[in-house]
Design a binder for this molecule. Structure first.
Ligand code: SF4
Ligand code: SF4
Length: 429
């Protein structure tokens, strides 16, 4: 694996002053080091949380330049936030890294940065464009072009193509905004359809809607909602991310809601941070904090309201992969496990280090394929050791990565979202 350990001294812009108090909270104890996947793989201080914080602080103080070497260290980080769970001083590393990435921009070559910027600013904020892109991808997959491309494309592009799931026939585009509760109403919730979820995992959105309604929730899917902006923020693009946050705030706060339910861990973590993202926007700062307080992961919310007992058995031994942005970003660990154990027939077997990153990490599996695949192979060894028939991972990125891992490294297991299994337990076909 190619690795650069030097900060190349060349002229470049300095990091603008960082409004991140956590930068000065790190006491350099090193207790986060062994939780960090990149440090565990490389054993190099500059690829550890402590090393990266030190580096960002040096840049903020003008002691190192914002050059290629600086960007390499920040970009090799998975943004998994395992270091936050390990840190006894409560350092919010994610905020430090996001601020630094906002200064250096998206990772990769000039071409990759241009493509990423186009996706972040011209595709993700527009649901209709996203659906058009998904339709084109579906045509590519079904027309035979994918088979031909599989023979002629360079290896890396073939691998990327193999990671994509088959685009479903139907996307999740609700015809109405408000769905009544089934039975007595217990709560009125908003639901994020999501960008990737609504086109590539539309059945999971539909399952989430059914599970919420069966548990007495009136569900509001505001038509004006857009992508949450998580991928933008994690990759250093903040202008479009802020605009997406404002649009979601307006869309959801137009309704009187008890909670805003999210079934993708990365999206939920980003939406819980809207207050921080828009802290300097006088028109939205207070609304963003109010919005963030309402956000719940679907498992967190269903656990809080105490789900009605599902009656259908799902006879299966499963293991559970903690999505990083659920376990480390939102501190939601016990709730999905508790819900799984309420499903008749499910046997949950824990894997070794279930909260270690699978290597998906947004677009990391594209920008840092070697590290991503090394982490995935390690993860699949842990999965195989459980003997489970399936792995449950309630986040689209983790699901794509683990499905690819099952194909490439084995074992040949199924990968499910928690909402998928709950939906079956409530009687879905
Ligand atoms: S976010 Fe993950 S990869 Fe990045 S420094 Fe923290 S533990 Fe390491
Ligand atoms: S981030 Fe936390 S755990 Fe890591 S070195 Fe700093 S204070 Fe210690």
């Amino acid at each position: 694996m190619e690795h650069k350990d030097n900060i190349i001294e060349e002229a470049g812009p300095r990091l603008p002053s960082l409004d991140v108090p956590e930068l000065y909270q790190c006491v350099h104890c090193g207790l986060c080091l062994n939780a960090c996947p990149t440090y565990r793989a490389l054993r190099i201080e500059s690829e550890s949380p402590r090393g990266r914080i030190h580096l960002v602080r040096a840049a903020a103080e003008g002691r190192v330049e914002l050059n290629e070497g600086f960007a390499d260290h920040l970009n090799l980080c998975l943004m998994c936030r395992a270091c936050e769970s390990a840190c006894p001083s409560g350092v919010k590393y994610g905020r430090i890294a996001e601020a630094a990435r906002a200064a250096i921009g998206p990772p990769g070559s000039k071409l990759a940065r241009t493509v990423a910027n186009l996706a972040f600013t011209q595709l993700l904020p527009f649901p209709s464009r996203l659906r058009l892109a998904a339709r084109l991808l579906r045509f590519y997959q079904r027309s035979g072009a994918a088979r031909i491309a599989g023979k002629i494309l360079p290896k890396r592009l073939r691998e990327m193509s193999a990671m994509l799931p088959a685009v479903p026939n139907r996307f999740f585009v609700p015809e109405v905004e408000v769905f009544p509760a089934i039975g007595a109403r217990r709560a009125r919730v908003g639901m994020l359809g999501g960008c990737v979820m609504s086109v590539l995992f539309s059945e999971i959105d539909a399952a989430t809607l059914r599970v919420l309604r069966k548990n007495g929730c009136e569900v509001v899917l505001p038509k004006r909602q857009v992508c949450c902006g998580a991928l933008n923020v994690h990759n250093g693009e903040t202008a479009a991310a802020k605009e997406m946050a404002r649009r979601n705030i307006d869309a959801f706060l137009a309704f009187d809601l008890d909670a805003i339910v999210v079934n993708a861990a990365g999206c939920g973590a980003a939406m819980k941070e809207y207050g921080h993202l828009l802290r300097d926007d006088p028109a939205y700062a207070e609304k963003a904090r109010r919005f963030a307080r309402l956000v719940r992961d679907a498992s967190e919310f269903l656990f809080e309201i105490e789900i009605l007992p599902p009656s259908n058995a799902v006879d299966m031994t499963v293991t559970y992969q903690d999505p990083c942005h659920l376990a480390h970003g939102q501190k939601v660990r016990s709730q999905p496990r508790a819900l799984l154990q309420k499903i008749p027939g499910i046997r949950l077997v824990e894997m070794n280090t279930p909260d270690r990153c699978c290597g998906s990490a947004g677009i990391y599996n594209i920008t840092h394929a070697a590290m991503s695949q090394a982490l995935l192979e390690e993860k699949m060894v842990s999965v195989a050791a459980t003997g489970a028939a399936a792995v449950v991972a309630p986040n689209p990125g983790c699901m794509l990565q683990l499905r690819y891992g099952a194909k490439r490294f084995g074992p040949p297991i199924e990968v499910y979202h928690l909402m998928d299994l709950l939906d079956r337990a409530y009687g879905a076909a």
